[in-house]
Design a protein around this ligand. Structure first.
Ligand code: GTP
Ligand code: MG
Length: 207
């Protein structure tokens, strides 16, 4: 195909959930451990190839700090797609994501494709809250099987309670109800990142 179709995409979400990190992973396949907060917004582009089309995504990565909230409409106005990001290790960030989604549904393009994205999947630690965890039973049976299990940053984070706070099923149920795409990602490992933008591209009505 000759000319790429240009698509405006905006990223929204609470400060420090990893919006810029997701874009940096998608555009440059890089990750920075201590990324500085975005001031205002950043603009990047990347192409996505579908079976029968090439899309050029014009990506507006907005600043999550509250003092920048009033700028957001400039960036989501006329956007064909929005990626609303929360951090799976911070429950409050899902509430913030929900309020962004309400704002988009009220004020943005009525056909906008919205993806709800739970980032920092690499920090989830071990399994999602299981029934035994929920009922407070201890995992005594696991106690003897520690040999060979190395303590990594991730397992340590999990044992210190920094792991997952938002269950996949909870977020997915909300996304289904609201008619959103839903993915979990890690900007750090790259998991789910390309898929996020490909799923959006597939859902856009290009005609
Ligand atoms: P604002 O620009 O202030 O709105 O923040 P942001 O949403 O752009 O977050 P940013 O990408 O700057 O990431 C914030 C911090 O989280 C940085 O220290 C990142 O390195 C870290 N981070 C981002 N994504 C991930 C991830 O997937 N896993 C882990 N472990 N850390 C991440
Ligand atoms: Mg940023």
């Amino acid at each position: 195909q000759s000319k790429p179709i240009q698509i405006k995409v905006v990223l929204l979400g609470e400060a420090a959930v990893g919006k810029s990190s997701l874009v940096l992973r998608f555009v440059n396949d890089e990750f920075q451990e201590n990324k500085e907060p975005t001031i205002g917004a950043a603009f990047l582009t990347q192409k996505v190839r579908l079976d029968d089309a090439v899309l050029k995504l014009d990506i507006w990565d907005t600043a999550g700090q509250e003092r920048f909230h009033s700028l957001a409409p400039m960036y989501y106005r006329n956007a064909q797609a929005a990626v609303v990001v929360y951090d799976i290790t911070r429950e409050s960030s899902l509430d913030r994501a929900k309020s962004w989604i309400k704002e988009l549904q009220r004020q943005a393009n009525p056909n906008i494709v919205i993806a709800l994205v739970g980032n920092k999947l690499d920090l989830a630690g071990t399994p999602e809250p299981t029934e035994s965890a929920a009922t407070g039973e201890s995992d005594a049976a696991d106690e003897g099987s520690e040999e060979g299990e190395e303590e990594t940053d991730e397992t340590r984070a999990a044992s210190e309670g920094i792991g997952r706070q938002v269950a996949t099923a909870t977020a997915r149920a909300y996304a289904d109800e609201a008619g959103l795409l839903f993915l979990e990602t890690s900007a750090k490992s790259g998991e789910g990142v390309v898929e996020t933008f490909t799923e959006i591209a597939k859902k856009l009505d290009l005609n």
